[in-house]
Design a protein around this ligand. Structure first.
Ligand SMILES: NC(=O)c1ccc[n+]([C@@H]2O[C@H](COP(=O)([O-])OP(=O)(O)OC[C@H]3O[C@@H](n4cnc5c(N)ncnc54)[C@H](O)[C@@H]3O)[C@@H](O)[C@H]2O)c1
Ligand SMILES: CC(C)[C@H](C(=O)O)[C@@H](O)C(=O)O
Ligand SMILES: [Mg+2]
Length: 354
């Protein structure tokens, strides 16, 4: 069973696109997926006042996989942070124990013109895997706002990591590297933060267990710079929650658009949550202008990881490649003068190419 969280903004449009493709996979390969629609984020707030309910969490715990569009938008921006749509997303990641977030960034040759980096920076190709810790760090630490004696406020967000949390994400990253080009960069801020120094010492220990992996550490500010100056050098990057959030949006531009980057959030078993890395894009919502490919590629990751359907996953990825090779472009990936295809049509083109 697949829980479908359409969410907010462009969420319904891009999830519909992914479902169009999954229905084609059913037809072509003789499967039958059971889709279970559920509410999260602003859609859930509008329905019952909460961004995620216990009943919804219970349904997700019964599921094989969860496919999510995006949450959030201006309508809910003035709600206190604990009740905002984004809390629903953090809540489901945490409730399902999804500590490992895999965010592959790949530049399709056809999209080189859409990439804002100069050609010589990307012509060696870009194919990297960001492994982001997802249920710890500053996102989940103690936080608060206090009023001081002088009447002014002070706020804090605490960042904490245990060795166990670092080790389990590190193991995932080293294993990813072993299945790829065997290069791993761990990104931290060890020249300032204690959490980063602990992070680094655990990664060093792990690197002895994976001697075939060429390992190095890099400070986050320098990594941010290198991601735009020479993105092709990276194979696997492992980093903590907030650095990974920021660096993956940055890496998406090396791939041409944030509308191209899928993700898988995983825990100990095969159940996963699959979602594009981008948000609800309120500026283009409801206009059939969103790029559905990140969500479609997330569905491909779901087929591969949660359902063990390698052939089907490859068929979806090949269909995305074929749509791009045939010249179809949503607005975000269209170079000057290229014809623009809408969200629904793009999904149909991909589905028909399977
Ligand atoms: N996983 C999630 O659900 C998630 C992720 C990030 C942000 N958000 C939320 O989304 C809301 C909007 O955030 P934001 O504007 O900072 O980031 P965003 O990722 O929604 O949008 C940033 C820019 O990228 C464009 N964009 C994003 N996805 C696109 C797609 N598929 N096709 C074409 N263009 C696309 C948008 O139009 C916008 O110009 C906020 O409420 C934020 O909290 C949710
Ligand atoms: C919406 C927000 C909570 C989320 C995050 O920061 O993890 C988003 O930016 C993402 O990248 O999935
Ligand atoms: Mg983000």
């Amino acid at each position: 069973m697949i829980v479908l969280f359409k969410g907010d903004g462009i969420g319904p449009e891009i999830v519909d696109g992914a479902v169009t493709v999954l229905k084609r996979v059913e037809q072509k390969f003789g499967h039958r997926f059971r889709f279970e629609p559920a509410l999260i984020g602003g859609a859930s707030i509008d329905d019952c006042g909460k961004p995620l309910t216990e009943d919804t969490v219970a349904v997700c715990k019964q599921a094989d996989a969860v496919l999510l569009g995006a949450v959030g938008g201006p309508k809910w921006d003035s709600i206190p942070v604990e009740d905002r749509p984004e809390r629903g997303l953090l809540g489901i990641r945490s409730a399902l124990g999804l500590f490992a977030n895999l965010r592959p960034a790949y530049l399709y040759q056809e999209l080189a013109a859409a990439c804002p980096l100069r050609e010589e920076r990307v012509n060696g190709g870009i194919d990297l895997m960001m492994v982001r810790e997802l249920t710890g760090g500053i996102y989940f630490g103690k936080r608060g706002t206090v009023t001081k004696e002088n009447g002014k406020k002070s706020a804090f967000d605490r960042m904490e990591y245990s060795e166990e949390e670092i080790e389990r994400i590190g193991v995932i990253a080293f294993r990813q590297a072993m299945t790829r080009r065997k290069k791993l960069v761990s990104v931290d801020k060890a020249n300032v933060l204690d959490t980063s120094r602990l992070w680094r010492s655990v990664m060093h220990r792990l690197s002895e267990r994976f001697p075939e992996v060429e390992y190095r550490d890099q400070l986050v500010d320098s990594a941010a710079m290198q991601l735009v100056s020479d993105p092709g050098q990276f194979d696997v990057i492992v980093t903590e929650n907030m650095f990974g959030d920021i660096l993956s949006d940055e890496a998406s531009m090396a791939a041409g658009s944030i509308g191209m980057l899928p993700s898988a959030s995983l825990g100990d078993g095969t159940r996963g949550l699959y979602e594009p890395i981008h948000g609800s894009a309120p500026d283009i919502a409801g206009r059939d202008a969103a790029n559905p490919l990140a969500t479609i590629l997330s569905a491909a990751m779901m087929l591969r990881i949660s359902f063990g359907m390698e052939e089907e996953a490859r068929a979806v990825e090949a269909a995305v490649q074929s749509a791009l090779t045939s010249g179809y472009r949503t607005k975000d990936i269209a170079a000057q003068g290229e014809t623009v295809t809408g969200c629904r049509k793009m999904a149909e083109i991909v589905a028909n190419a399977i």
